[in-house]
Design a protein around this ligand. Structure first.
Ligand code: SF4
Ligand code: SF4
Length: 329
């Protein structure tokens, strides 16, 4: 049966520093995202109760009723959805510590409340595994703070590698290389994405508010070298921030520097707040720049992928979203 839904409604689960959700997105006309549990700080969970709540959302989709928090989300697609009682798209974002200060980071937004306490995710993962609720044929994505600042990172990563997780997606600022990333990359089941956003030290300092461009490029070089047979697992991301890194020359520098260190796949995203404020009035030079990025990456032999906010832009512009990547950087 065909119906409107998304992969996260069907089998997503995301742990944040203060809540549990299905994903990191939300619909277009809602004051808040779809919470599965608010004010969550690692307490023992009643999975029967939580699954009941999630199943109501899934069953409603089958009846054509989309949860109000999801209405208008670009992730919704009408197709035959797999009935999977397990969680296949796991996102770990339960910590927010980081050694970088990106201007666009969620940690500097007004709605960000300092975590009341830190919690460990490993006991929860082990419980989910014991209950048979993880489908390892999906994706585990880290998208919280910085992996190098997460003590549990190696344990979680090694646990999923041993279980044969199909893909582990690491989002890191790459200021410090991480040992288990260097070894994980060899397995061809780990991808690493770094928002470099520029191609020089000065611009990096302006965006990231830390003088670490050279360190990041050094780490990326190490990661590129550590890859197994799949050479497209280390990706440089460009978050397009209007009035900051929005010229063709900015793009050229970023592409040039990425190629120099052997990157083969790049990712485009947009600054989320900017797009939310300007979705109805996107200046034409941004449209031109988008087309420039698409053609320039193609010309240089780089594979280009799009993240969530870029897909929102592409939806607004009526672009064809073949296979939507529901990721956050
Ligand atoms: S991706 Fe969009 S539609 Fe899917 S659960 Fe998240 S907000 Fe809802
Ligand atoms: S690296 Fe990520 S978590 Fe750290 S400041 Fe930048 S956006 Fe925020």
């Amino acid at each position: 049966m065909k119906y409107l839904s998304c992969s996260n409604i069907q089998s997503g689960l995301r742990f944040e520093y203060n809540s549990i959700k299905l994903c990191c997105f939300m619909g277009t006309n809602t004051p808040e995202p779809l919470y599965i549990k608010k004010d969550y700080y690692g307490e023992k969970l009643d999975w029967t109760e939580l699954l009941k709540k999630i199943n109501i959302i899934r069953e409603n989709q089958k009846k054509g009723i989309t949860d109000s928090h999801c209405v208008g989300c670009f992730g919704l697609q009408e197709k035959e959805w797999e009935d999977n009682p397990k969680f296949k798209w796991l996102q770990i974002a339960h910590w927010s510590d980081c050694n970088c200060y990106c201007t666009y980071c969620y940690r500097y937004q007004s709605e960000f409340e300092k975590p009341k306490k830190r919690y460990k995710i490993m006991p929860i993962i082990k419980e989910l595994d014991k209950l048979g609720l993880i489908d390892y044929n999906g994706e585990l994505a880290y998208s919280g703070g910085e992996p190098a600042s997460l003590r549990e990172f190696d344990d979680i990563t090694n646990f999923f590698i041993k279980k044969g997780e199909r893909l582990i997606m690491v989002h890191t600022n790459a200021i410090k290389p991480v040992k288990s990333v260097l070894s994980g990359l060899k397995t061809d089941t780990m991808s690493v994405t770094v928002s470099v956003d520029c191609g020089d030290r000065e611009k990096f300092k302006q965006i990231k508010r830390v003088d670490a461009y050279n360190k990041v490029m050094d780490t990326l070089k190490k990661y590129v070298k550590a890859q197994g047979s799949n050479k497209k697992m280390v990706r440089s991301k460009y978050i397009l921030i209007p009035n900051v890194n929005d010229t063709k020359s900015d793009i050229d520098k970023w592409i040039e520097e990425s190629l120099k260190i052997g990157i083969q796949q790049v990712i485009l995203d947009f600054e989320a707040d900017w797009l939310a404020r300007n979705s109805e009035n996107i200046p034409s030079y941004i449209d031109d720049l988008y087309e420039y990025i698409v053609s320039k990456t193609k010309e240089k032999g780089l594979e280009l992928q799009f993240y969530g906010v870029a897909n929102q832009y592409r939806t607004i512009k009526g672009k064809d979203l073949d296979e939507i990547g529901l990721h956050q950087g």
